[in-house]
Design a protein around this ligand. Structure first.
Ligand code: AMP
Ligand code: MG
Length: 306
């Protein structure tokens, strides 16, 4: 949303999304923080040979020593798996791979192969002891539902360490605000209207300062076939996209790592179970259903756009 102030902006193409940092701070300071994304991409991408995730997935069941960053993400991922009773599941990697959402060749997977992939999605077989991860050969992890939140937290901390007191990070639906706007007002974050033009049409707005807003929506990555929409958030029990009439869910809290993990879980769980889980974590959440009905935490300071 236009914050109506003189701002610098840097853009970066990382993690299969378009990322921006907007701030009155000098362009080179913002660029230096954005450039750190290359480091996190090299560490956490499942397709970059030698990354922590690549080594976990290619180590034939042998233990792998990972960075502190990866350990922090895995701890949250495994906790969220338990807390959401399996709705959030990073072991869903083989099922995700069958859908080809990120390389532009999305297809309906072979149902037998999908069943096989789901059998392999057993998070309880991921063993994390301090910085050592052991994953059986047939289990493959995918941090697509959680890593961006962690990276956003890290880049926001890096901006703060560089003396930036006011900034808005938007990493493909993962928003973090550093401080307030330069005029002392909180930032206004628009929630993307699922059917609207990206970055231009919003269905609601939330005020935010030193906070994070993370959205999981079916419009992020999806394709249409025979009148059906197939999107990238999978039910770990079946390997098929979740069909619960939810279009989008947003979580608001302090940690973007938590927000990213929980938002994916909230999407899978749906409003009833999801709002209860969010409350347990002190997270405010808002859902939009395909009939226009909204479910939200009454503590959330939200304005709906007609
Ligand atoms: P998000 O946009 O954060 O909800 O993350 C969606 C991404 O997380 C997908 O593109 C997949 O890489 C991965 N993913 C899909 N379904 C799940 C799930 N049930 N649990 C964890 N990660 C998932
Ligand atoms: Mg997520």
């Amino acid at each position: 949303m236009n914050q109506g102030l003189a701002m610098n902006q840097v853009r970066g193409d990382y993690f299969d999304t378009f990322n921006t940092i907007t701030s009155p701070a000098p362009q080179e300071v913002l660029q230096a923080a954005m450039d750190e994304c290359a480091y996190y991409n090299k560490l956490l991408s499942k397709t970059v040979p030698g990354s922590d995730v690549w080594r976990i997935n290619h180590n034939h069941g042998e233990p792998v020593t990972v960075s502190e960053h990866t350990r922090t993400i895995l701890e949250m991922a495994l906790e969220m798996n338990r807390a959401s009773e399996g709705a959030f599941n990073i072991a869903i990697g083989p099922a995700i791979a069958l859908w080809h959402f990120t390389d532009g060749t999305a297809v309906l997977p072979d149902p037998e192969k999908l069943k096989e992939a789901v059998k392999r999605a057993d998070c309880s077989r991921i063993c994390l002891e301090e910085n050592t991860v052991t994953v059986p050969e047939e289990v493959e992890i995918d941090l697509g539902g959680i890593a961006k939140g962690y990276i956003c937290d890290c880049i926001a901390d890096s901006l703060r360490a560089r003396g930036v007191t006011s900034a808005l990070l938007n990493f493909g639906g993962n928003v973090v605000t550093v401080g307030k706007r330069p005029d002392g007002q909180p930032w206004t974050i628009g929630l993307q209207r699922p059917s609207g033009e990206r970055g231009k049409e919003f269905w609601a707005a939330v005020k935010s300062s030193d906070n994070t807003l993370v959205t999981s929506g079916i419009y992020e990555r999806s394709f249409q076939l025979n009148g059906m929409t197939y999107h990238h958030i999978l039910d770990p029990r079946t390997g098929w996209p979740v069909q619960n009439h939810i279009l989008t869910v947003t979580a608001v809290t302090k940690s973007s790592l938590l927000a990213d993990a929980i938002t994916t879980a909230l999407f899978v769980l749906g409003p009833e179970k999801g709002l209860a889980l969010a409350q347990k974590y002190g997270v405010s959440a808002v859902y939009l259903r395909d009939d226009g009905k909204v479910f939200f935490d009454p503590d959330l300071d939200i304005v709906f756009v007609k």
